[in-house]
Design a protein around this ligand. Structure first.
Ligand code: SIN
Length: 487
């Protein structure tokens, strides 16, 4: 074990089921490695369908008392969990950088981001209001909101902390129990988070964490078990579609936060420096591995050359390396396979005529590194236009008119986030309304926070996370009719 923590008891390698740390039934484990160094970090228990079934049964039992508590009592536990996450920021960040590769600064930022969902939903869970409806007759309709039931969550490796808290926070706040399968690449962050939830006094069974290599077995049980009433997933569109199909048999509710293909539309009238700063953040955050990362930079012809020159100069200042080293601005990508996939998209573009302005090759720092890359002379039939790149590669496309930009932005099956840079108020409204995306940043790419509804349209998914809307995904609406009021 090579991760050095202030509190070494945060480094957990067993599954957490029904309030207890346990090995998998078959005693199987899987290795977690540091993508920056390839170093072995830990062997983690690998569970399957049987352990998942037990966790779901425990969740069902635990929910009975939890949902009956006043919202304030649930909120008190979440407030304690939030404080423990904040107090242990440094250890959680070290675990994250070790297993995910992002820089320590980014990991600290993500821990704060993750904690913010717990805090927000601790507060917002106290504001689950209903309605009283005056009906046309001698009756009153009362609408109450109730917890949806046992929730199963499957979370990704790109944000090993925040994608968990933005599901567990609202679920627990409204009275649900949750069983979670974290990504196999980053289970240690999830296990540390549930250890802190346990220390905060969360009753046994309400939050189980099921690490495992056999995703079809765990996911298959989650999606077929009738006790699970809702499945929430963040990850790729193909896996999301599969989970939705599997959930159909028992008519489960689903929330899907899936792939993106975000355009950053930069008009001639944009503030160029502001647009460059925004595009750099949107493209290279987490080494290009977020669902809302800029996938396509669409730049109007009048400022195209100036944009490419200044943008590439800024990219040339980046230093890729081990996320623990202070000079590193960008860490590795998650696996060697991911680095190869990114390179194959770049090669496809180059074979089709693209020009590499900077980068364009795997990094020399290790198998999981890829050079920050800028491509020009790119066209709409290339893979870098059609597919999610999920790496530090910026293809810069040229457009002529506003109508062209809108057409190009919408020419994708995805619809998560889009960004627009213009100094024209009218254009910012027109374009924001015309693009088919769940979220639009106008002169801003840092759009995420706990107070906004994060989510997409089209094949980028359904449901919203964060904000008051994020509670709805964990609530059922019940109508109660009070009749015979004149008796
Ligand atoms: C994601 O990549 O899915 C999450 C990004 C964010 O929350 O900003």
């Amino acid at each position: 074990m090579t991760i050095q923590l202030k509190d070494s008891s945060l480094l957990k390698t067993q599954a957490f089921i029904d309030g207890a740390w346990v090995d998998g039934d078959k005693g199987e484990t899987f290795a977690v490695t540091d993508p920056a160094t390839g170093q072995h970090l830990a062997d983690v228990a690998s569970v399957g369908a049987d352990e998942t079934r037990r966790a779901i049964a425990a969740a069902d039992r635990a929910m009975i008392e939890w949902k009956a508590l006043p919202a304030k009592s649930r909120s008190d536990v979440l407030e304690k969990w939030h404080q423990l996450i904040v107090d242990n920021t440094e250890d959680l960040a070290v675990i994250m950088t070790a297993e995910q590769g992002k820089t320590l600064a980014e990991s600290r930022g993500e821990v704060a981001y993750g904690a913010s969902f717990v805090k927000w939903f601790a507060e917002e869970g106290k504001r689950v209001y209903g309605d009283i409806i005056p009906t046309p007759s001698d009756r009153r309709g009362v609408v109450v909101k109730q917890p949806v039931g046992v929730v199963a969550a499957i979370t990704p490796w790109n944000f090993p902390n925040a994608m968990i808290t933005r599901k567990a926070g609202p679920a627990l706040a409204v009275g649900c129990a949750i069983v979670l399968k974290p990504a196999a690449e980053t289970p240690l962050s999830a296990l540390a988070l549930v250890e802190l939830a346990n220390r905060a006094g969360l009753p046994a069974g309400l939050f189980s964490v099921l690490p495992g290599m056999d995703a079809p077995a765990i996911g298959g049980e989650m999606t077929s078990n009738p006790t699970v009433k809702k499945v929430t997933f963040t990850g790729s569109t193909p896996v999301g579609k599969l989970l939705m199909k599997q959930c159909a048999d028992t008519v489960k509710r689903t929330s899907m936060e899936l792939g993106g293909n975000a355009p950053v539309i930069i008009f001639d009238d944009a503030d160029l420096d502001l647009a460059i700063a925004g595009a750099l953040t949107a493209k290279y955050r987490n080494s290009g591995q977020t669902c809302i990362c800029a996938n396509r930079l669409l730049v109007q012809e009048g400022i195209y050359d100036a944009f490419v020159e200044k943008f590439s100069a800024a990219v040339s200042e980046f230093r890729i390396g081990n996320g623990f080293e202070a000079a590193t601005t960008h860490g590795p990508v998650i696996t060697e396979k991911a680095a190869k996939e990114i390179h194959s998209k770049v090669q496809n573009a180059v074979e089709e005529g693209a020009t590499v302005v900077i980068g364009g090759q795997p990094g020399e720092q290790g198998a999981c590194f890829y050079q920050p890359t800028v491509l020009t002379n790119v066209t709409e039939d290339m893979r870098v236009f059609r597919e999610e790149i999920f790496g530090p590669v910026a293809p810069v496309f040229k457009f002529s008119t506003e109508a062209d930009a809108i057409r190009m932005a919408n020419d994708t099956e995805f619809g998560l986030a889009a960004y627009v840079y213009t100094e024209s108020m009218g254009r910012s409204w027109r374009v924001s309304e015309a693009v088919d995306y769940g979220m639009v940043g106008v002169n801003e790419t840092a759009i995420s926070s706990e107070v906004i509804p994060f989510g997409g349209v089209k094949e980028s998914g359904q449901g919203r996370e964060g904000s008051k809307y994020g509670l709805d995904d964990y609530l059922e609406t019940k109508y109660i009719c009070f009749g015979a009021l004149q008796r």
